[in-house]
Structures are given as C-alpha cells and as structure tokens.
Design a protein around this ligand. Structure first.
Ligand code: GLN
Length: 446
C-alpha cells in the first residue's frame, strides 16, 4: 500500500509505469501472507516488483510501449512472470520502455518519455528505462528488464543501480515479446547485487518452451556473494579507453580498479581487437531479426487495426504505418534491406562473421583473465531530446554493452559514483554461465 501511494505521488513526474495493477498486487500480497502463515519462508515471498511491459502478463495489457499493442491483453504469463510469482513476488504493474525495446534513452515510448529520478531533465537510459527509474525512485525495490544490446546494464548505470544481463539461454524468453531473438535476454535491475542474486535465482532455469534456453543447473547465487576475491584476475581491455570515453568515466573505472586490488584482485591489460566492428554488426543483426519478428504485427492477429481498410494490403500498410513509431519503422526498413536478396551477403552475412570474431576475442581473453572490467557507458545520462534527432549518436552509446550480447556472455553494471550529480556505472563481463562471479565481485565492491 505504501508503494502504491508512492507511485501515485511520484510517478506522474517520472512516467515509469504504463499500467499499475493495484488490485492484482493486493491479491498477490494476501496470497503471500497466507503462504507465510502456512509456514513457508523465502526472501521473495511478498517482495514487490514490476515487469518491463514486454513480458506477457495474463489478463493485463502488454503493450511493448507501442500503439500497435496498446489494446493487447496477453492470454498467458511469460515464464519469467510465472517463476517470480511462484517465488511469491507481488507485481505492482508494467513498466515503461522504449517501443519494442529499441533505444537507449526511453524516449521512443508511445506513452511518453521516462525521466531520470536523479535529474528529471535527463533520460534514465533505455530500453528498460521505466524499470530503472521506478527502482531508483524507490517506487519498487527491484524490477525485470531485458537486454538486447545493453538495455538492462545501461539504464542501471545511468540511475545508480545494479543490473545483470545473464548468459544467453540462462533465462527463458517464452512470453517475452521478441526484438532480436538471438540477442534478447531477461534479467533483474535492483539496488544491490544481493537483490539481483535473489531475483536471478528465481528467474533462471531451463524452460522447454524456449528452444534456446539451456538445461543447466542454476547456481546458488546468494552463496556466491561472499567468496573472497583474492587471486581473481581482472582484465582491462585497452580498446575501452580510447576516444569517445568521457575521461571522468575512465577515472571511475580506475577508482574501481584500486578498490578491487585492495580486495585481492590482480589487474591485467587485455585486447578485444574486433570491438571496433561491434556497433555496425549489431545494427545490422538486431534490425534484421526485428524486421522478421515484427512482421507478425499485421493488424489482423494482434493489437491495433486501422479504420475502414479498403483491402488486405491497405489494412497491412495503414495498421503498421499508424501503429509503429519512427524508430521501429527505421529498424524494420534497415533490417529488411539488409536481408534482401543481393544485400544479404554484403551486410547480414558479414555481420554474422564479425559476431563470431567478437565471440572469439572474448574466449581468448578469458584464457588470461577471470573477468573483464570497463565503463558501462561512454557518458553519463544526457538531456531529454539531446540525441533524439541523431540516431547514430544514440547508437554509439551502446559501444561497451553490445559485445556481450553478440557473444552471449553475461554482463553486470554496478554503481561507480557520480559525475556532475549524475550516477555512472562500471561493467563487469564474465565467461558463459559465470553470473555468480559477477554478483560476487559486485557484492564485495559495494
Ligand atoms: N540500444 C540498443 C538498441 O537500441 C539496445 C536496446 C536493448 O538492449 N533492448 O537496439
């Protein structure tokens, strides 16, 4: 009740929620109380959370922050939603995001931009900007997000939170509306590594309904938190510290290095030579997959349909033309172009080859070090509207995060202080399925 009141008081300014589900939350809270009274225990029993509005929720609108799904009520729960509910979490509603998770600023939502609670003139990052703003403003203690190219880690960094993108396949994508299926991964945003560990423990695990979900036991992430760091080898990629990085962010990473050394870690310079190709490769692969995934929104099967269609083609054209926002249309056009006959080899195939090289870079680096450390973003949060007319400027903000998605490895962003009153984050990357190691270091550092 206290959080619902707080949402009512503060969210009109932040716009982090698309839908608040007060009645459902009360019912879930009562059910959690009953389970506790019956002798059950568990840190998540009765814990308030909310979901990014691309996780399907049965009986509750799931909009993907798009006009085209404004009236879509999902007939089933996403696996992540189901698992967190089974652990006893109480969902207060659905969180704002960039339309179809395309963006780094949460400015492309049909429901309006989200504001950064640390400075409401600034963006909270994206695409899980509603998740980040709601947790940072203490409207909820933790939230779900998804990360296709940085959308958990980048907003976590810009709002002083811990955000974890798990290994591709660690968390089921069933019921998570697809953006780029080979890159998308759900994960938690919270105020501490410990809270992320609790959430991830409940979210992760095999799901036969997602063919890319990996059948591997889920580690005890809470137990991993207190491992000593003595002897841990941390790599600093030299490519991360070149032009484009705000020197104050570089200082934040170096301050973190000093702390980790005190905790017993050793530091080594490493190379990720193909990183320079990551943005062009990502911005071919992600739109290509998106253009294919978003073809299902045709005005017939789901959501918005234009008025008085004259024939089938008119129905498709106007429903999609009126239903999708500008950034989504841009991605569909780029992706369709990259996949067309005659261009496929030049763009899509080439991007896939770069993807393999980036993966090989990480595999080689992890022969030498246990973890990789660097900035999460090149800059702190920017002013609302500042990059909205220049998509490439916004795409460049993803430089440090997208490589983890291209390779499929896990990554975590943790708070690393403030620059001009705005929070900044540092990112840790680990080998496949080493989420426990990421949470361990983040917990010790905090
Ligand atoms: N900013 C990136 C994009 O727009 C990443 C978004 C995401 O991770 N969902 O594609």
């Amino acid at each position: 009740e206290a959080l619902l009141t707080r949402i009512g008081a503060l969210d009109p300014q932040l716009n982090s929620f698309i839908t608040v589900t007060a009645d459902q939350a009360r019912a879930q809270a009562q059910a959690a109380d009953a389970r506790r009274a019956a002798g059950e225990s568990g840190a998540l029993l009765g814990a308030p959370i909310a979901h990014k509005d691309l996780f399907c929720t049965q009986g509750v609108r799931t909009s993907c922050a798009s006009k085209i799904l404004d009236n879509f009520v999902a007939p089933y729960d996403a696996t992540v939603v189901e698992k967190l509910a089974a652990a006893g979490c109480v969902s207060l509603g659905k969180l704002n995001m960039d339309e179809f998770a395309m963006g780094s600023a949460n400015e492309s939502s049909h429901y309006g931009p989200v504001r950064n609670p640390w400075n409401t003139e600034c963006v909270p990052g994206g695409s899980s900007g509603g998740s980040a703003a709601a947790v940072a403003a203490r409207l909820i203690p933790a939230a779900t997000g998804t990360d296709t190219g940085g959308s958990i880690r980048q907003p976590a960094a810009l709002t002083n939170l811990t955000g974890l993108k798990p290994t591709y396949g660690r968390v089921s994508r069933w019921g998570m509306i697809a953006y780029a299926s080979s890159l998308d991964q759900g994960g938690p945003l919270a105020r501490s590594a410990e809270d992320c560990a609790l959430l991830l423990g409940a979210m992760a695990g095999f799901d036969p309904k997602d063919s890319t979900c990996v059948d591997q036991p889920v580690e005890d992430y809470l137990a991993a938190l207190n491992q000593p760091l003595a002897g841990l080898r941390i790599g600093l990629p030299r490519e991360y510290f070149g032009a484009g990085l705000d020197p104050r962010l570089s200082d934040a990473v170096m301050a973190c290095v000093e702390e980790l050394k005190k905790l017993g870690a050793t530091i080594k310079e490493i190379g990720l030579p193909n990183m320079q190709h990551a943005i062009p490769a990502y911005y071919v692969i992600a739109p290509a997959e998106a253009s294919s995934n978003l073809s299902r929104f045709d005005g017939v099967r789901f959501g918005y349909r234009c008025e008085n269609p004259q024939n089938l083609e008119d129905l498709y054209k106007r429903s999609r033309g009126e239903g999708f926002g500008a950034e989504v249309k841009r991605r569909i056009m780029v992706g369709t172009y990259a996949l067309s006959a005659g261009y496929y080899d030049a763009y899509y195939l080439k991007a896939q080859k770069i993807r393999r090289l980036i993966r090989s870079d990480f595999i080689a680096a992890f022969q030498e070090v246990d973890l990789i450390l660097g900035p999460t973003t090149p800059n702190p949060a920017w002013k609302l509207g500042e990059k909205s007319s220049d998509p490439v400027a916004a795409y460049l903000e993803d430089i440090y995060t997208i490589t983890a998605n291209l390779a499929g490895i896990p990554g975590l962003s943790m708070p690393a202080g403030f620059v001009d009153g705005l929070p900044v984050g540092v990112q840790l990357l680990a080998p496949y399925f080493q989420e426990g190691r990421l949470l361990n270091v983040a917990h010790q550092y905090q």
